[in-house]
Write a protein that binds this ligand. Structure first.
Ligand SMILES: Nc1ncnc2c1ncn2[C@@H]1O[C@H](COP(=O)(O)OP(=O)(O)OP(=O)(O)O)[C@@H](O)[C@H]1O
Ligand SMILES: Nc1ccn([C@H]2C[C@H](O)[C@@H](COP(=O)(O)O)O2)c(=O)n1
Length: 677
């Protein structure tokens, strides 16, 4: 997951390949609660690992369920099976509506004393209609903040009050279908001697989510009847029973971004189309009907029981006018697709967007406008007209409002015809449903090599370039290439193979370099099966690397490997010839220096801190000898690129040096300052 303050997406030109999507959030949290209420142990396979499922799992543990996170997306839940949950308890629900609403209803009908709260946005998301319905039944529930909103207290410490189960329980269906879902999952707990009836007041929105609820209830032994989605009957004698094992489908709402990707992107690397695995045309999730909307806009989609395949069809896409009541979450993706359509796309019946993680109608309107689209925002509709020509697109920094869907939708703007980058602020907000969303996107998408961001930091030994390059890469979420390590590993491999490092052995060492089984794993470096991270950092290894690096054939042998590090979303590379030879067109090149005395002192402290004894005078002599060899060799000598910015950091701290490089990088970005939010 990218936990950087922002993530810059370079312009993307194509995408192709296969992606396995994480489990559905809606199914995951429903299954967890149903398993917790059941008799027996349920093995839940392919559970979504995300913020929202995390709060549910933590709450279930707090309530006394046995939760065994067995790994590999498998969780075993041993349900309460009629036993009372642990009480009193304070439960934190984050911003997970799929946890807050159903758990409140279930706890209200189980007896006990509970407080349920969440993040500030959760305290702005309505729950009054659900509380009203539970109060009708006789439950004692108090608001701890504003009326109609969490946090809540369920005050049944003295036992469950007598419940009014004879009359139908009336609940509004036009604000959030989660209120009805919550009741449908909670009321089987008390439908013992009589049928319990729920009547929906007003039009039921997001009906497909109720469909999911009914399907899953059936898997846990509860057969709910309904009349035209307005009246639901939970039969007397209902009793939750674990199905033993259950698989969570991949998330159909998450699939929408990759369906859109297939519709928007030309192929990549000679391949065509996007294959989505884990969810197919037979999905029980309502958002699978996004497929129809995407087809209407021009996508070519085929699919089977557990897969979808999408290719670009009509291009540009076709504008559509659609009542989106049946796909409230995935419909946001249509607003992003509208950026590539001919004409105005109109999305209606989406008032529920206003009470989601953020006011999504306002958020989409603001951010689409930043990109250059013309947007009309109504109370319950959005009309989106794309920028008229490529020149009308703007490079925007997209504010994401702590809303995973805003972040994922706007990643699609990186395919803009103006070839502008897109900045996604707070990219970790995708953790709500799809923590590795950007990694998945980058595994499919392609940028023009010339537009892939590369920052080069070259300089003499111990100038701090490795430390600074790694820190800059981490702050930007970019890959990191320590090119010196490749020469160090090559030299070590030669020594291990008994090949003296000399010009006579140039061809043999180059051959070793070409087939170097080197692997970078976080901060560790492996040569075959051996972790050589320490072995390559000795002063002797540095000297050997310097000798090996003077051999032109060895340098040539390592070029392709170094180029392979330039991957989405970008690269920070440190070495001696990053800016002059390996990435000569890089948009930022820094030549980092520090005085020899300062560098010797740094190296001395570095070695002493690792428990390696050293002599500062010898170190200085060694590094000056290494500088001389690196500067004077014929192949790719150490020297600043013509367009490199010099940075002498003798008097700077590491943070100051890192900030200087980041500052130069920001100066080169085209993003307008944040407009709103
Ligand atoms: N202002 C500074 N900027 C960068 N590093 C600094 C600074 N001050 C002290 N250091 C320290 O200098 C030491 C040498 O840094 P580093 O290993 O990154 O240098 P390098 O140029 O990559 O060396 P080499 O080329 O030999 O790998 C590290 O211990 C680092 O923490
Ligand atoms: N791009 C590079 C990187 C390194 N070298 C050589 C020269 C150095 O003395 C040696 C070790 O590098 P370090 O780990 O100290 O950065 O490798 C090079 O020639 N070109």
């Amino acid at each position: 997951m990218f936990a950087t303050p922002f993530l810059d997406l370079p312009p993307l030109v194509g995408a192709a390949g296969s992606v396995q999507l994480p489990g559905s959030k809606s199914i995951s949290n429903r299954v967890l609660l149903l398993a917790a209420l059941s008799q027996g142990t349920t093995e839940v396979h392919d559970l979504l690992a995300s913020d929202d499922t995390r709060v549910m799992l933590d709450a279930l543990r707090e309530l006394g369920c046995t939760v065994d996170e067995a790994g590999n997306d498998l969780v075993r839940i041993t349900g309460l099976g009629g036993a009372a949950p642990r009480s009193p308890a304070r439960l934190f629900m984050g911003n997970a509506g799929t946890a807050m609403r159903p758990l409140s209803a279930a706890l209200a009908l189980l007896g006990g004393e509970y407080e349920l709260s969440g993040v500030p946005r959760m305290h702005e998301r309505p729950i009054g209609d659900l509380v009203d319905a539970l109060r009708q039944l006789g439950c004692h529930i108090d608001y701890l903040g504003n009326d109609g909103y969490p946090p809540l207290r369920i005050a049944h410490g003295a036992g469950l009050p007598p419940l009014q189960l004879q009359a139908p329980i009336r609940v509004r269906g036009d604000v959030s279908s989660q209120f009805l879902t919550a009741l449908l999952m909670a009321l089987p707990l008390v439908a013992i001697k009589q049928d319990v009836v729920i009547e929906v007041v007003g039009e039921l929105i997001s009906r497909p989510y109720i469909h999911i609820t009914l399907e899953l209830l059936a898997r846990f032994g509860i057969a709910v009847r309904h009349d035209n989605w307005q009246r639901f009957v939970i039969p007397a004698g209902s009793r939750y029973q674990s199905p033993g094992s259950i698989h969570v489908e991949a998330d159909a709402s998450s699939a929408s971004y990759f369906i859109a990707l297939g519709a928007i992107a030309a192929g990549a690397n000679g391949q065509n189309g996007i294959k989505i695995e884990g969810v197919g045309l037979d999905s029980i999730q309502g958002d699978i009907r996004f497929v129809e909307a995407a087809r209407a806009m021009g996508a070519q989609i085929t699919g089977g029981p557990n897969w979808l395949h999408i290719t670009r069809g009509s291009w540009p896409l076709k504008a559509i006018s659609l009542d989106c009541n049946h796909i409230p979450d995935a419909a946001m993706t249509l607003a992003a697709m509208a950026l590539y359509a001919e004409g105005t796309t109109e999305l209606t019946n989406i008032a529920s967007w206003r009470v989601k993680e953020t006011d999504r109608l306002a958020a989409m309107a603001i951010e689409l406008t930043k990109l250059g689209a013309s947007v009309e925002e109504g109370a319950d509709y959005l009309r989106v007209t794309p920028p008229a020509t490529a020149r009308d697109w703007r490079a925007a920094s997209i504010h994401t409002y702590d809303d995973h869907r805003v972040a994922m939708c706007f990643s699609l703007a990186a395919f803009n015809p103006a070839r502008l980058p897109v900045r996604i602020e707070d990219p970790k907000c995708v953790a709500k449903t799809f923590p590795d969303y950007f990694e998945a996107l980058f595994s499919l998408a392609q940028a023009d090599a010339a537009q892939l961001p590369v920052i080069c930091i070259d300089g003499p030994t111990a100038s701090g370039k490795g430390t600074v390059a790694a820190a800059v890469a981490e702050r930007l979420g970019y890959h990191f290439l320590d090119s010196g390590a490749l020469y160090r590993v090559t030299a070590l491999a030669a020594v291990r193979a008994g090949i003296p490092i000399s010009a006579e052995n140039e061809a043999a060492i180059a051959q070793l370099a070409r087939q170097l089984p080197v692997r970078f794993a976080g901060s560790r470096i492996w040569l075959g099966d051996e972790d050589v991270s320490e072995a390559i950092r000795t002063e002797e290894a540095g000297m050997n690397a310097s000798r090996v690096s003077a051999l032109p054939l060895v340098r040539k042998a390592l070029i392709a490997l170094q180029h392979s590090f330039a991957r989405l979303p970008g690269l920070v590379a440190d070495g001696r010839d990053m800016g002059t030879v390996i990435f000569p067109t890089a948009p930022l090149k820094v030549f980092m220096t520090a005085s020899a005395a300062c560098r010797a002192d740094r190296r001395y402290k570095q070695l002493i801190s690792k428990g390696i004894s050293a002599n500062i005078f010898d170190l200085r002599a060694d590094l000056e000898a290494r500088d001389a060899r690196d500067q004077n060799r014929s192949a790719a000598p150490l020297k600043p690129a013509q367009d490199a910015l010099p940075l002498d950091n003798s008097a700077l701290t590491i943070d100051e040096t890192v900030n200087q490089v980041l500052h130069w990088w920001q100066e080169r970005q085209p993003f307008a300052s944040r407009a709103a939010g």
